[in-house]
Write a protein that binds this ligand. Structure first.
Ligand code: MNH
Length: 461
């Protein structure tokens, strides 16, 4: 017999919306998970949404044969910009399959390895900026890592230079995208009637969408006017045909710019947030910083990092894995049952299609997997075969199964390059030595109000 799924008290018409804070919904989801346990449900403006947060249940619903991705909530709002393009498509939308088959190879390990020097071009701009502004400059790492990540994805996959390091504040496009993503996540918890009255917000939202579409149009037009012999993402989008259906991406109903913008969205926020969290954890844990620095110095000396070096920097990899455990920048995964079913050995009845949100910030702290020190930042737990020996689906920063991240190799290489180079060259410190992690949330999460200073090390190149 199944038991009722716990739910906080509801208010007529709006349900549990008031249980969810507007600024950082994740904070509310985590609190509720701690209060109600492995599963709870909320009524969000009439729609039931389930939340699952411990490994045992998450492992059970991480099964492509019983559950599939749902683009509900904030993701549904992102479709206002990019429609059924890769990331926001429902699982059964045919455009997902075409884009997936065509674009996977563009981000495979080999393809990404060839992007190393283009990535370095952008990462050097960050190093130079920090060096030239000097040790007294106050750095917002989220801001500069967003510049790196956005410029890197645009340059590597579309040969387009956004030149974010040449403007202050960030370029219009970057600001429009950040505002758009924030508004998407707010719309999700806003009653429809209220939404309809928010003319100002809606006008700004539409204007941001237009700015982004204009840039995408410009990138496509430039490539068409000046073709280059480069088989990058943009080339595949414009010229390749799906081996299975024979269709090219441009023949479909969705304009090419939506696909392009998808990559600018998914290709930057998560990586940029990851680098910011890494810097936070490293400054907060000086012993870890020293150990990482020692390995980087030993392997690289004062020469620039090369692709081949990454295999010799296991502690860097462990720090990256541990960062994404405690601070998965894509904090939620959405799924839904393909048919009416039960989980937890018959304990909980799940209706077909009801959105289930996996709260990764809790999953990644489940004491049953990570032990009593789950809250602590300990990269050593990811070393010496321990990472490989984790139970299945205990660590899910890149999602799951057929809808998992296709940019993982790209992000991994980018973060290795940027962080190894930063740690090799700079001593980092918090501006406020007592800073403790706070987060801000758009579609993804980043540290809030984190400010640092970077001093060039004596003898650094
Ligand atoms: Mn990425 C999907 C995490 C960097 C391109 N990415 C996902 C998902 C997660 C994710 C989680 C699954 C979302 C879901 O379940 O709805 N991605 C990350 C993280 C980083 C990252 C943590 C960096 C760190 N992603 C990148 C980069 C790119 C990229 C860089 C592009 C080069 N990601 C994608 C695409 C998808 C995706 C494309 C959608 C895949 C699909 O739906 O089929």
């Amino acid at each position: 017999m199944s038991v009722p799924i716990p739910q906080p008290p509801t208010i007529p018409f709006i349900g549990n919306v008031t249980s969810v804070e507007k600024e950082v919904p994740l904070r509310s989801f985590r609190l509720l998970a701690k209060t109600y346990g492995e599963i709870f449900q909320l009524n969000m403006l009439g729609q039931t949404v389930l939340f699952v947060s411990l490994h045992k249940l998450v492992n059970e619903i991480s099964d492509d044969s019983r559950f599939h991705k749902r683009a509900a909530g904030a993701l549904r709002e992102v479709r206002n910009l990019v429609g059924d393009a890769l990331f926001t498509a429902e699982d059964d939308e045919p455009n997902w399959g075409i884009a997936h088959r065509l674009l996977m190879p563009a981000f495979g390990t080999l393809a990404v390895k060839d992007m190393m020097e283009e990535m370095r071009d952008i990462s050097n701009q960050l190093l130079q900026k920090w060096e030239r502004f000097g040790p007294n400059a106050i750095i917002d790492p989220s801001d500069d890592f967003t510049r790196v990540a956005l410029d890197t994805i645009a340059y590597c996959s579309m040969s387009h230079r956004l030149n974010s390091f040449y403007s202050e504040p960030q370029p219009e496009f970057a600001v429009a995208m950040a505002d758009f993503l924030k508004e998407c996540s707010e719309r999700f918890t806003r009653p429809r009637l209220l939404q309809a009255m928010m003319y100002g917000k809606t006008a700004k939202y539409q204007a941001d969408i237009k700015k982004m579409k204009d840039l995408a149009d410009e990138i496509v037009a430039t490539r068409k006017a000046h073709p280059i012999p480069k088989h990058d993402l943009l080339d595949i989008m414009l010229n390749s045909r799906d081996p299975k259906t024979g269709q090219s991406m441009t023949e479909q109903s969705i304009a090419e710019n939506m696909r392009l913008l998808t990559f600018l969205i998914v290709g930057h926020e998560t990586s940029s947030g990851m680098m910011s969290f890494m810097v936070y954890f490293l400054i907060k844990n000086p012993q870890t910083m020293r150990k990482l620095r020692a390995q980087i110095d030993e392997v690289l000396g004062s020469r620039p990092v090369q692709y081949e070096d990454f295999a010799n920097l296991p502690y860097l990899i462990a720090v990256m894995r541990e960062t994404l455990r405690l601070a998965p920048t894509a904090p939620i995964r959405q799924t839904a049952a393909l048919e009416d079913t039960t989980i937890g050995g018959g304990k909980y009845a799940i209706k077909k299609g009801t959105p289930i949100l996996i709260v990764k910030w809790e999953l990644h702290r489940d004491p049953a997997v990570w032990g009593d020190n789950a809250e602590e930042f300990i990269p050593e737990r990811m070393l010496d075969g321990k990472f490989e020996a984790l139970p299945p689906n205990a660590w899910q920063p890149f999602g799951f199964g057929r809808r998992a991240c296709i940019g993982r190799a790209f992000a991994w290489q980018e973060v290795c390059l940027v962080i190894a180079s930063v740690i090799q060259r700079f001593d980092l410190a918090f501006v406020d030595p007592s800073y403790n992690l706070q987060i801000k949330q758009t579609l993804t999460v980043k540290p809030n109000d984190l400010l640092i200073q970077a001093t060039l090390r004596a003898g650094a190149v």
